[in-house]
Design a protein around this ligand. Structure first.
Ligand code: NAD
Ligand code: IPM
Ligand code: MN
Length: 367
């Protein structure tokens, strides 16, 4: 088989800082495990705007369509707040998701034992937590038409439209049921069918798909109650499937169950390509963190765990993904912590690259 190709888009703020650590890990796999990748690096977000006047150049979009997987750091930052909406950094990320048709965004929230004490919730609420949020990523209110800021009479009106076709709901529901079958066969669908027609359709279609998965226990929950249940008793969930906006909010919420937003990876998957691999982009859930950018403080684990997801979902290297996850677990249980995870006694504070050093050492020790 030819060498798998990776497009790396570090982006803005802490994006390049955390991606630098991922690149060291990719190099480690090449040197120590014979797992070579054909890596290309390019610009996205504000960095692309600075060079091209738009947050994603057409050539970069074409490269993303052609590779086996994309790894993205983060986009955005206060410097770009003044830009016209159409060229804001976030539009580059949204274009990648939309044009690659990455409709299923897998956002696992796992609480590593070593961090159970650190969560803002009580230890027994989060210890052993392992849930998977499946967020619809290419439709809903993020993309629905009409949208815009218009003038009505003598005032402005801002409009966004929540719109879902049944096929859009069906394909993400199928992705979630397939995951549930590989996990604990338990799925919770979250919408607001009590106030939104799109929520009624969502619930109907999820029930239709459920008929093909009789072994999966299905539960429907209003998303507001879902948010509350996520912090009250998160271990009641296994797979959660939800729309684009609810999924965005609920996954940030789930991040705090794991201790930090700096811990949450994600995989954005589309339909299989000709080679059988899904179209895919891997990205941490967090943003560009302007408050800590450029200071070597960022936690690179979310981005490194995103690469582990790439090993598992794009490259059929589940064992190597587990090796990397176990190395991270070891480093955390040794008390190595970036600034977002400090506060306990007996921990060793490290910089972003210090965390990379520790993970590489744990990988070496795993051989
Ligand atoms: P953010 O995720 O960047 O930061 C929220 C908080 O979490 C900050 O206090 C930050 O310091 C902390 N944090 C985030 N990642 C961290 C890490 N790896 N290590 C340690 N601490 C971390 O969210 P925000 O401040 O609302 O947004 C900042 C910018 O990022 C905005 O322009 C936003 O649009 C963008 N954004 C981009 C993405 C993405 O590229 N996928 C995701 C979310 C936000
Ligand atoms: C995320 C981010 C993005 C989103 C932004 C930056 C477009 O918050 O990936 O969670 O809202 O989807
Ligand atoms: Mn978000």
């Amino acid at each position: 088989m030819s060498t798998p190709s990776l497009l790396i888009l570090p982006g803005d703020g802490i994006g390049p800082e955390v991606m630098a650590e991922v690149i060291r890990i990719i190099d480690w796999y090449g040197d120590k495990r014979g797992l070579k990748f054909d890596v290309t690096t390019d610009l996205v977000g504000g960095a692309a705007y600075d060079k091209h006047g738009m947050p994603l150049a057409d050539e970069t979009m074409a490269k993303a369509q052609a590779v086996d997987a994309v790894l993205l750091g983060a986009v955005g930052g206060p410097k770009y707040d003044v830009l016209d909406f159409s060229v804001k950094p976030e539009r580059g990320l949204l274009r990648l998701r939309k044009e690659m048709d990455l409709f299923a965004n897998l956002r696992p929230a796992q609480c590593f034992d070593a961090l159970a004490d650190f969560s803002s919730l009580k230890k027994d609420v989060v210890a052993g937590l392992d849930i998977m949020i499946v967020r619809e990523l290419t439709s809903g209110v993020y993309f629905g038409e009409p949208r815009g800021i218009f003038t009505e009479g003598n005032e402005r009106v801002g409009i966004n439209t929540q719109r879902y076709t049944e096929s859009e709901i069906r394909r993400v529901a199928i992705a979630a049921f397939e995951l549930a079958m590989k996990r604990n066969k338990k799925l919770t669908s979250m919408e607001k069918a009590n106030v939104m027609e799109s929520g009624i359709l969502w619930r109907d279609v999820v029930n239709e798909v459920a008929a093909d998965y009789p072994e999966v226990e299905v539960q429907h929950m209003y998303a507001d109650n879902g948010a509350m249940q996520l912090v009250r008793a998160p271990k009641q969930f296994d797979v959660i499937v939800t729309d684009n906006l609810f999924g965005d909010i609920l996954s940030d919420c789930a991040a705090m169950l794991t201790g930090s937003l700096g811990m949450l990876p994600s995989a954005s998957l589309g339909a299989p390509m000709e080679n059988g691999r899904p179209k895919a982009m891997y990205e941490p859930v967090h943003g560009s963190a302007p408050d800590i950018a450029g200071q070597g403080k960022a936690n690179p684990i979310a981005c490194i765990l995103s690469f582990a997801m790439a090993l598992r979902y794009s490259f059929d290297e589940g064992e190597e993904a587990t090796r990397l996850e176990k190395a991270i677990e070891k480093v955390l249980s040794d008390g190595v912590r970036t600034g977002d995870l400090l506060g306990e006694e007996g921990v060793t504070p490290v910089s972003t690259s210090g965390m990379g050093d520790a993970i590489l050492a744990a990988l070496d020790a795993s051989l």
